[in-house]
Each structure stands twice: as C-alpha cells, then as structure tokens.
Design a protein around this ligand. Structure first.
Ligand code: AKB
Length: 340
C-alpha cells in the first residue's frame, strides 16, 4: 500500500525537533516519517506516523521505506557537523555525502515511479564558503551565493558537493536514458548561518559557541568560549530557520531562479552575544579562551551573507533581529526551560 508522506532524516536533531512540531501544527493530517540513528524523543514520536531508528547509509532500510511510502517531500537534515567531521573526516564524508546520495536516489526513483516531482529540501551551510583570512573576511562584507566557494572543512566540502549533487539530480539525472520520464527531483537548498534554539543544543558544530554561551548562562555555568570576542558570524533563531525551510518548500518553482539560497538574520560577534546574555543573566561568566584551530574555521566563514535573492524570489524575511531574538524568544524560553 502506498501513502503520500513526508520523510525527515535526522529527525531527532535540532532542526528536526522544531520542524516536526511546526509541520504538524500547520497540517494536522500530515503523514510524517521520522528517521534518525537515535531513538526519536517521546513527544516527537506521537506527532509522527512512523519513527525509524536507522542509518541513512543503510540502503536496505531505505528500500523498505520506498516500498511502503510515496514521499512528496524529503527534508534531509541528517549530517555530521563541522567540528566532528574535522575530527573524523571519513565518517563525515560517508554520512554527509553517501547518505545524501542515498536519499537523492530514493527521491529520484520515487519520482520516476509515480511520475510526480519529489521535493528535496537540503540544509546547506555558510561552511561552503572559505575566506583566506580575517582581513579578507572583513573586507568581503555580505557574501553572495557565487563568491568564495573554496570550503576549508570536510563538512563545508561535503555540503558544497551535495549542492552540486542536488543540481545533477534536479537537472541531469540519467540524461542519456532514451525515454524521458515525467517525475524528477525538485532540489531546494538553504545555506544556513549559525542557528540558535532555546530548546535544544547543537552537537559538534563550530558556530556552537553562540547557543552554548546562552545555555551555560541560563544554567548558571561558566562558559569557556573557543573563539575570541571579535569573532563574527551570521546567525538566526531556529524558529526562523524552520519557517525558511517551510517557505522554500512552498515556493512556486517558476519563481526560483536557482537551487541554493543564502539566508541570514543578524551578524554578531561573540562579544555581542556575551553583552546581551549578561543583561538577562547578570551573573553569566564567559572566559574567552580561543582555540586557534577552531577559530581558523570561523575566520574562514563569512561575517555576513547576502540574502537578497531569497527575499526577492520566495519572500524570505526573518522574524527576529538580534534584539527581538533575545528579548522575545531566546531569553524567556531558555529561562522557562531551565526553571523546570
Ligand atoms: C556548524 O557549525 O558546523 C554548523 C554550520 C555553520 O553549518 N552550525
């Protein structure tokens, strides 16, 4: 039996949590199939039609999924983030590239079988950029989608390559087959900046110092920040990140001139984070103890990105600027989380 469903890989991760909740709020009868290497948390499980503990490298499991469901959209969120992928590059490559290939192949086969498009939403990252040094980074300002594409991390290389893999599946898949088929993969990617959630903490990324600083302060713990006060990256709230994925998914294909879009909400330094967090948690203590090697990664990522194409083509607008993010979402939500 075949049922139209939405597949979310990496469902138990930071984006997955919020995405599942939001999808269900928007469309209560949506059929969500949640896949993760770790068991899906209880409160998410009840929002899903089926939850699967499995590995995106397991093609037998993916074939079984394909036999049971027809997917209209795949949100492929599973990934090994930048710091972990730098420590274990082969694992990073396997999960980030081979895992993505397996799910693109699932999307392509299903699209061909049903004759309908399968949307494939891919979270790419500012890690695809590679600026040579801080001076260049400061001079570069808001980086456009086509600039500085020489990533310096395994994760960045993986994300960049998967953007191109997405282009292949979207435009050229099996292009020499004699019989063209109706359905195909509709690949759409967002290059996310650092993300901050009040409800979850990231694992093994390099932009983690922002969210970690907030959560440590809320728990009354001292935080050893691995970048210097001046380190600057674009960031956004998890709420905005999820809305962006939903907006891009819903966007009219005819209005999209490209497959990959920058988005951003605010560009701030580590000190900006500290100063703002201290206003809400006056006892917050941060030791700036830069790790020169991780700092180099942050130095190679842009201080800000140009998101004008996303705004023009699918109406991207963040709800939260820096002040509103903290005053209206992060601080109240993180206080209530740790008060429990
Ligand atoms: C990471 O730090 O690895 C991620 C990212 C910027 O994509 N948060």
């Amino acid at each position: 039996m075949s049922t139209k469903a939405v597949l979310i890989s990496g469902a138990n991760g930071e984006i997955g949590h919020g995405l599942i909740t939001r999808l269900k709020e928007r469309q209560p009868d949506i059929i969500i199939i949640a896949l993760d290497v770790h068991p899906i948390e209880k409160e998410l499980k009840r929002l899903c039609h089926e939850t699967i503990v499995g590995d995106i490298l397991d093609t037998v499991m993916i074939d079984r999924l394909a036999a049971f469901y027809d997917f209209s959209t795949i949100y492929h969120l599973a990934a090994i983030l930048s710091t972990k992928a730098e420590r274990e590059p082969v694992l990073g490559h396997r999960v980030n590239v081979d895992g993505t290939l397996n799910l693109l192949e699932l999307a392509a086969r299903q699209a061909r079988a049903t004759g309908e498009q399968v949307k494939f939403l891919f979270p790419s990252s500012i890690a695809v950029y590679g600026l040579p040094d801080v001076a260049t980074k400061l001079k570069a300002g808001k980086v456009k989608e086509s600039d500085w594409l020489q990533p310096r991390t395994m994760y960045g290389v993986n994300k960049r390559y998967c953007e191109e893999l997405g282009r292949y599946y979207d435009h050229y898949y099996r292009q020499i087959d004699p019989q063209p088929t109706a359905g195909g993969v509709d690949f759409r990617a967002i290059r996310f900046p650092g993300l901050i959630s009040a409800h979850t903490l990231p694992t093994s990324g390099t932009s983690d110092y922002g969210p970690e600083m907030l959560h440590y302060a809320a728990r009354g713990e001292v935080y050893d920040c691995f970048v210097p006060e001046g380190a600057t990256l674009p960031f956004m709230t998890m709420t905005d990140a999820i809305e962006a994925l939903l907006s891009l998914e819903a966007a009219d294909a005819n209005k999209l001139s490209q497959l990959v879009y920058n988005i951003r909400a605010f560009s701030v330094s580590a000190k900006d984070f500290y100063d703002t967090i201290k206003k809400a948690f006056p006892l917050a203590k941060v030791n700036f103890a830069p790790d020169a090697l991780r700092q180099k990664i942050v130095d190679s990522w842009p201080a800000d990105v140009d998101d004008s194409l996303a705004t023009a083509e699918w109406g991207w607008q963040p709800k939260y600027d820096f002040r509103r993010a903290f005053e209206e979402y992060l601080i109240p939500a993180v206080k209530s989380r740790y008060a429990k």
